[in-house]
Design a protein. Structure first.
Length: 492
């Protein structure tokens, strides 16, 4: 346990057992947070809240108080403005009951200040190490599942089947019943038998690699005889988009992008280059298996931009070569998982996204200052012209932020991203001057992750994805907190 004492900062001489206990508990909860954040939102948020509680008690009982842990003023101002405007937009929301409840998500930004203020340099290294190792476990599971196969391929569907009416067709793949994974028709029947008659059962299927969610009203016949579903199935299929231990392939793609770009930063800085390059290839390969076009493209652009920024013309050439290779492999991987839609932008998935964005853009001019309120569009989905019956979001962070919170909030968010990038670029240069290769690579990696996160945000609402946001804020907190110019450091 004494090893944990070096992972926190700002302990006074002669600290009592209460303070020592708080320090150790804080570190343990942050380590649990880093281990859980790639896999479980429930465990990671619980660990974060417990760590935050320990930090508050620690600061209240410390003469240091709250002086340690603040972000750079250049970052505090835009973030503060964004959060204030978010609160105001929720108070004056068109659906305040929904928006005010949604306000709890802004507490996730405390991750940045918690990690930045409480961890020492060594603590930041251990937390990042736990994050990478834990993520590799999920990667291993994803590759194993891809090799073995997932779910059950539907070979036939009767026209009178409720699943046919919901859009299921031969060749589609059923892989979850009420969020329980299934691998045979028998397992589907077992899950239905465990439910009550009249219950609404969610069946998750895949059509051409894309989700096909189905809500099934369970009858007594279906419950006792799975044959009444009117389907037949064979072996497990491999035409799916990997998602780790979760069910959200898009979230998983965003996480893999952040981790791949973190490794790319270390590789660019020359810290353990072979290991860093291997990590980059592993996380990038897993991202490609998610068959997510927008995130794959944002990774390619981020790698190219950062290679140019870090290596000049030679770096740009290397970045372009890497981008070409990634693009070619990505086209093959996406085509394998999603059939013929890879190069077409007239498929249902793309058209729906465009429709969501257009509906959001039409509404923004009517409420430009504070927006309509977070998630208020869900109440007025049909009224505001959003396509389809499935209620989601606009699939674009800038559009969604402007719609929910207004154009000034969007301006603050852009300002926040620019300030972060400038701060990380400054820290990378300072670390290079100290010959601190780990620190320089960390700063460049978090900078690359931020650029990739921002590029992907143009066509994904990743800022509203708690799992992705928590991972990014964790990396940002480590990148800022362990690279202060007055913090202890070691030459790698």
């Amino acid at each position: 346990m004494q090893q944990l004492d070096h992972l926190v900062r700002s302990r006074e001489e002669g600290s009592g057992p209460l303070r020592v206990g708080l320090d150790r508990a804080l570190v343990l909860f942050l380590l649990l947070f880093s281990l859980a954040v790639p896999h479980s939102i429930a465990v990671s948020q619980a660990a974060f809240l417990l760590a935050l509680t320990m930090a508050i008690v620690r600061r209240v009982t410390s003469p240091v108080g709250w002086r340690v842990g603040r972000a750079e003023p250049s970052i505090e101002w835009p973030l503060g403005g964004f959060l204030v405007l978010t609160i105001l937009s929720s108070v004056f929301s068109m659906a305040p009951a929904i928006s005010l409840v949604k306000l709890k998500t802004i507490g996730l930004f405390l991750i940045l200040f918690l990690v930045r203020g409480e961890l020492s340099r060594r603590g930041g290294q251990i937390v990042v190490g736990c994050l990478v190792v834990s993520s590799l476990v999920g990667v291993g599971y994803s590759w194993l599942e891809k090799g073995i196969g997932r779910g059950v391929i539907v070979t036939s569907v009767k026209a009178e089947s409720p699943l046919w009416k919901a859009g299921l067709r031969p060749g589609d793949l059923i892989w979850m019943v009420d969020r329980k994974r299934v691998r045979s028709i028998r397992e589907i029947g077992r899950e239905l038998a465990a439910r009550d008659v009249g219950e609404q059962v969610s069946v998750e299927a895949l059509h051409a690699g894309d989700p096909l969610p189905i809500e099934l009203l369970l009858t007594e016949e279906m419950r006792t005889d799975v044959g009444k579903l009117g389907i037949a199935g064979s072996r497990s299929g491999r035409q799916f988009r990997v998602s780790g231990f979760s069910r959200q392939f898009l979230t998983y793609a965003e996480q893999m992008q952040l981790l791949a770009l973190l490794a790319f930063g270390w590789c660019l800085a020359g810290w353990r280059r072979r290991s860093a390059a291997l990590l980059f290839l592993v996380f990038t390969g897993t991202l490609l298996l998610t068959a997510t076009r927008s995130v794959t493209l944002s990774l390619i652009l981020a790698v190219t931009l950062l290679a140019w920024w870090g290596g000049g013309r030679r770096g740009l050439l290397a970045g372009l070569l890497a981008a070409g290779l990634l693009g070619a492999v990505g086209l093959y991987a996406i085509g394998t998982a999603r059939q013929s839609i890879v190069a077409r932008f007239s498929d249902d998935s793309t058209l729906r996204r465009i429709g969501y964005m257009q509906a959001g853009l039409r509404k923004i001019p009517e409420h430009p200052i504070l927006g309509v309120g977070m998630d208020a569009h869900r109440v007025f989905w049909k009224e505001w012209g959003f396509p389809g019956d499935y209620i989601t979001h606009t699939h674009s962070t800038p559009i969604q932020i402007a719609l929910d919170r207004g154009l000034p909030a969007l301006g603050c968010l852009v300002w926040f991203f620019i300030a972060i990038c400038r701060d990380l670029a400054r820290r990378s240069r300072a670390a290079r001057a100290r010959q601190d290769l780990w620190g320089a690579g960390l700063a460049v990696g978090v900078l690359a992750a931020t650029v990739g996160f921002g590029l992907s945000a143009l066509t994904n609402y990743n800022f509203g994805d708690s799992e992705t946001l928590m991972l990014w804020l964790l990396l940002l907190g480590v990148g800022q907190g362990t690279l202060e110019e007055n913090a202890p450091w070691e030459t790698s």
